[in-house]
Design a protein around this ligand. Structure first.
Ligand SMILES: NC(=O)C1=CN([C@@H]2O[C@H](COP(=O)(O)OP(=O)(O)OC[C@H]3O[C@@H](n4cnc5c(N)ncnc54)[C@H](O)[C@@H]3O)[C@@H](O)[C@H]2O)C=CC1
Ligand SMILES: O=C(O)C(=O)CO
Length: 324
């Protein structure tokens, strides 16, 4: 079979796939124009990769496509409706990255609150304790209130770290109440506005959907405490980035830790990159050696299973299977 691999599939997994299939790996190409990409797409049976925009025009140019296997849990890059209409399976990699992403969210919480990147720069620039004063001090994390928007797999893992590791008070907002969070972490359900008003750390970790797109904007930032730190590990478009910049400029909030941005890669003239109280990461929530390999391996298993005509373990659009 012809397999189109895109952007991020770990090498051992690619090598394994090459034993049974014709595999072409694409990276940094314009997927609407690149002639080699489009020519291979035309005979592709399966796609595996990260963040390929699988929209209607792309699907229309892939007449043999049977399965799209995302190397990610988020699947906002897939037009599920069109894929389902065409009976093309879509899969993702839930669960195996949960703890890694929650660790990264905590990394952002600690980095912003304790100003770790700034102080690292301070030391590497030849400074030490004698010139250090309260203008360099951060703020405590332990015993503070963390508000988690999106209490799913990753949200629960953030709550676990907050409750057990840092004695934090946990409040959350999600589509439904999560008894597990309330029992295990004494988390309290709150409306979005209550959560924004009460949290010292506001952590956004929902999927990007029609409902969550631009969920956090001017009004929401204005409800947050002036001392609040905003953390986004979800997708950049869940936030109105211009409003975040304004909220930081006007000191409506104290700082932000961001793994995701409206446009990725972030443009170098983005004001967020000039702000000392903002810690930025290049969308690496799940990117550890262990977890990236596990994600690629699971994505390849989904792909292979689907191509063999069996139900993949992480099928998103189960209607395709039910219609068989
Ligand atoms: N920065 C990174 O590298 C990574 C980012 N992510 C992002 O994190 C997201 C969540 O992943 P999981 O926890 O595994 O997913 P999940 O499906 O287990 O949890 C998502 C939670 O968000 C809630 N939710 C959905 N719509 C909502 C709304 N309108 N308001 C409030 N809550 C809402 C759901 O009820 C659910 O509890 C992914 O979809 C992805 O976008 C995931 C992995 C890595
Ligand atoms: O899994 C995801 O959704 C990511 O963002 C990449 O790991």
């Amino acid at each position: 079979m012809n397999i189109l691999a895109f952007q991020r599939v770990e090498k051992p997994v690619l090598d394994q796939l090459k034993q049974n299939h014709t595999v072409r790996f694409f990276k940094n190409v314009d997927t609407t124009k690149d002639p080699e990409f489009l020519s291979f797409l035309n005979k592709t049976d399966g796609i595996i990769g990260l963040d390929l925009n699988v929209d209607q025009p792309l699907i229309n140019q892939a007449p043999n496509l049977k399965i799209v296997s995302n190397v990610s849990v988020g699947y906002n890059n897939l037009d599920i409706e069109t894929l389902t209409k065409r009976n093309i399976m879509a899969t993702n990699t839930p669960g195996i990255l949960t703890d890694t992403v929650a660790d990264m969210v905590f990394g952002l919480i600690l980095s912003t609150a304790r100003r770790l990147p700034e102080l690292d720069h301070y030391v590497k620039s030849g400074n030490w304790i004698e010139s250090l004063d309260s203008t360099h001090y951060g703020t405590d994390v332990h015993h503070k209130t963390v508000g988690i928007i999106g209490m799913g797999r990753i949200g629960l893992a953030i709550a676990q770290r907050a409750h057990h590791g840092f004695d934090m008070k946990v409040i959350y907002h999600s589509r439904t109440k999560k008894p597990e969070a309330e029992e295990r972490f004494q988390a309290r359900y709150a409306s979005l506005d209550e959560l924004l008003r009460e949290s010292d750390f506001v952590c956004l970790i929902t999927p990007l959907t029609k409902e969550t797109e631009r969920l956090i904007g001017k009004r929401e930032f204005s409800l947050m405490k002036n001392s609040a730190i905003f953390i986004n590990g979800s997708r950049g478009r869940t936030v109105v980035e211009e409003d975040l910049i304004q909220a930081l400029n006007h000191k409506e909030i104290a700082g932000a830790g961001l793994d995701v941005f409206e446009n990725e890669p972030i443009q170098l003239d983005n004001p967020l990159l000039q702000m000392k109280n903002v810690v930025t990461l290049p969308h690496i929530g799940s990117s550890t050696l262990e977890t990236e390999l596990a994600m690629s391996t699971l994505a390849a298993k989904n792909l292979q299973t689907g191509l063999e005509g069996k139900k993949p373990p992480n099928l998103i659009n189960s209607a395709v299977w039910d219609n068989k």
